[in-house]
Design a protein around this ligand. Structure first.
Ligand SMILES: Nc1ncnc2c1ncn2[C@@H]1O[C@H](COP(=O)(O)OP(=O)(O)OP(=O)(O)O)[C@@H](O)[C@H]1O
Ligand SMILES: [Mg+2]
Length: 313
């Protein structure tokens, strides 16, 4: 059903959510939060409330939106993704009013919503005072005050996401009871992300490791595009008559999928086809590990004798 809420952003339903692959400390923190929410009645008995507001900060493509949607789904709630540009009215001076109207609309809904503010810094940047009484400045400051007032009154869950945590007004930052940094994935997470997005294809563990190393500093979003573009080429390339050897395929993918300029270049992009992970990339990709040829036995050292490295006496 169309809702007045749709004028503020998109509504994402629980069934469409996917679980992001996260580092253990982040996962534990979230599990703790969910457990607390599920135990809200017991908490109320001892005079406590479950925490309701969290802010996620981290580089683009680290899974902030995915994670918020996943949490909303775990709570069985639809999520409203509020777009700041919808609140920053084209008639300057009305941002505070728009924010008030959004919270009124939420209250009028028969069902609770999980509220997600995307690009939150643009709405909640530090209040300004240039001394010139500028209209844009005033509008922004009134918006920040409106957020503060409405956050305090709102009973539902609010998650905000930003790529620029430092820009967020301090008083607003403090209103979030949970602050989570979504860092770039480590080696373990990169391998799991690669496995997820290469499926149904599988990579032998040592090849996965060498690819993961070449993708150090890549965001999950970049790793996903890398894997999915390889799969896309496997399907489309032969129909389009493209050269399908390993170097041609990997080369086209690294040419067309580029890392976000604010994140350092992963090794695969700085070295390109020269990267040692390229000849180690299993090709053609298989759906079953047993379909890969057995590893060639390592070359024997000096005429078959095994030379052991001895610790000097
Ligand atoms: N931790 C993760 N595990 C698995 N997939 C992920 C993860 N993080 C991101 N992705 C994938 O990358 C894409 C982008 O993720 P998402 O939009 O959640 O990132 P974001 O942090 O919200 O980015 P932005 O700052 O640009 O809004 C999605 O398609 C998502 O499936
Ligand atoms: Mg996002």
């Amino acid at each position: 059903m169309p809702s007045v809420l749709e004028s503020y952003g998109e509504i994402l339903m629980p069934e469409e959510a996917a679980e992001p692959i996260l580092a253990k400390p982040v996962r534990n923190g979230l599990l703790e939060w969910l457990t607390e929410i599920w135990a809200k009645d017991e908490l109320a008995e001892v005079g406590l409330k479950a925490r309701r507001r969290a802010i996620f900060h981290g580089a683009p493509g680290t899974g902030k939106t995915t994670l918020a949607h996943h949490l909303a789904a775990r709570l069985g709630l639809p999520m409203l993704v509020v777009r700041p540009e919808r609140l920053k009215s084209k008639w300057i001076g009305q941002t505070a009013m728009q924010i008030g109207a959004l919270f009124d609309a939420l209250k009028a809904e028969p069902e609770p919503f999980f509220l997600f503010f995307d690009e939150f810094d643009s709405l909640s940047a530090q209040r300004m005072d240039s001394g010139n009484n500028e209209v844009g400045e005033q509008d922004h400051n009134h918006g920040v005050n409106a957020l503060l007032a409405n956050f305090d009154r709102y009973e539902g869950f609010i998650v905000a996401a930003t790529n620029h945590g430092r820009r967020v007004d301090e008083a607003i930052w403090r209103r979030f009871e949970i602050q989570i940094e979504l860092a770039l994935p480590g080696d373990h997470e990169r391998k799991r992300i690669l496995e997820r997005y290469f499926a149904p294809f599988v990579l032998p563990e040592d090849r996965l490791a060498s690819l993961s190393e070449a993708l150090e500093t890549a965001s999950p979003a970049l790793i996903r595009s890398f894997a999915e573009n390889i799969k896309r080429q496997i399907v489309v390339g032969p129909k389009a008559g493209w050269t399908m050897d390993r170097e041609a395929v990997v080369g086209r993918v690294i040419e067309t999928v580029k890392p976000h300029p604010d994140i350092g270049l992963p090794r695969l992009w700085s070295l390109g086809l020269e990267d040692r992970a390229v000849p180690r990339f299993p090709w053609p990709l298989q759906r079953d590990l047993s379909a890969y040829p057995a590893e060639a036995a390592p070359e024997p050292v000096s005429g078959g004798e095994v030379v052991r490295l001895r610790r000097p006496a």
